[in-house]
Design a protein around this ligand. Structure first.
Ligand code: NAD
Length: 336
């Protein structure tokens, strides 16, 4: 049986990726839509076979409680809204899949985790790359030390951001600049490729003066370094000024990389060894379908998701430390 998902927030990600991905799911189907725009919701409902009884506004959202066809609520709203809509969904007795970044502060993440516990429901964060075959293969290569011990990890994630009026450039809604939105992929990859939590963090940031896109005080580019307990070092770049899309692991006997590493499709894996380049890309799968199926299977089998709320909280703690390191120009230490 397929579990029912309510998709909350019908913006670019929901319309272009999530709703079309249900067609590739084995365990998940769309049974409700939540939007402030009733006409848009109705039209998408027709396209994706969502019944009219499954249409909600933000005002009627809590009535999801009475909809037995909704098992899981997928929160796809601007970052600052994730905590409220996650907590309200848990109070309505639903499991929650929430987009990244989990929230704007570690305190909000803790409140979301507490709400899931109180409701006895699952909370998963939408780290789609943790369900993507090439990224999973790269983790395996690092963990099994196929090319010896990993020593240095390089993770770069960025794009040139457009419309200066969008919520991503409003600090209150986004929580920060490029780091919160795209640099989080570099941070998360450094953590999953090392398999460890950072114990020391340096950072330096730069925002082009006078660029209207960054008038609200969100950072453009932020470079950060992480030291992990085993001695692995990571250099990471996050940017809203330039396109960056690569994860690379330098191990004792060879280097291996994904470039592009975080796109929705066409990821390319390479092994670089003694001047040779071996292509190792794996067949493409729909990342959002894999992610939603994982959530549905965890609910069906009462298992903990691979990327639970605690994973989102770890990234938020590290991102706060990265901002602190950039602000203070000092190394920030963390407990592993
Ligand atoms: P978007 O701006 O395209 O969509 C946001 C939706 O929220 C819109 O439909 C908008 O109407 C609605 N909304 C409700 N209240 C709002 C308010 N006060 N201000 C602005 N919008 C409001 O954004 P998006 O790109 O779809 O991103 C949504 C979430 O998904 C974000 O948390 C983002 O980080 C995440 N995201 C994840 C990925 C991924 O690959 N996993 C990709 C893109 C976005």
């Amino acid at each position: 049986k397929k579990l029912g998902f309510a998709v909350v927030g019908l913006g670019s990600l929901a319309i272009n990726q999530i709703l079309p991905a249900f067609a590739h799911c084995r365990h998940a189907k769309a049974t409700a839509l939540v939007s402030g725009d009733a006409a848009k919701a109705k039209s998408l409902a027709t396209t994706y076979g969502v019944p009219e009884s499954g249409l909600y506004s933000y005002e009627t959202y809590d009535r999801l409680k009475d909809n037995a066809d909704v098992d899981i609520v997928y929160v796809v709203l601007p970052n600052s809204m994730h905590p409220e809509y996650t907590v309200r969904a848990h109070k309505a007795g639903k499991h929650v899949l929430c987009e990244k970044p989990m929230a704007n502060t570690p305190q909000d993440c803790e409140a979301m985790i507490a709400a899931a516990k109180a409701a006895g429901k699952k909370l998963m964060i939408g780290y789609r790359l943790r369900y993507e075959p090439n990224n999973m293969a790269m983790i395996k290569m690092a963990r099994e030390q196929e090319f010896g011990k990993p020593k240095v990890i390089l993770c770069e994630a960025g794009f040139s951001i457009g419309d200066p009026k969008q919520w991503r450039l409003k600090k209150a809604l986004a929580g920060g600049g490029s780091l919160m939105d795209i640099g989080i992929y570099a941070l998360n990859a450094a953590r999953y490729l090392s398999g460890e939590e950072p114990v020391a963090i340096n950072a330096i940031s730069y925002t082009t003066p006078g660029d209207v896109r960054f008038a609200d005080g969100v950072e453009e580019t932020i470079n950060f370094q992480l030291r992990f307990p085993s001695g692995v070092l990571a250099n990471c770049v996050s940017s809203y000024g330039v396109g960056l899309n690569r994860f690379r692991v330098h191990a004792e006997k060879a280097s291996f990389e994904l470039e592009p590493a975080l796109s929705y499709s066409d990821l390319r894996m390479r092994v670089l060894r003694g001047g040779t380049v071996e292509l190792r890309s794996l067949p493409e799968r729909n990342q959002f379908a894999l992610e939603m199926d994982h959530m549905a299977e965890c609910v069906q089998g009462n298992a903990e998701p691979r990327t639970p709320g605690e994973e989102g909280l770890k990234d938020l703690r590290a991102m706060m430390a990265i901002y602190e390191a950039a602000r203070s120009s000092k190394t920030v230490t963390l407990n592993a």
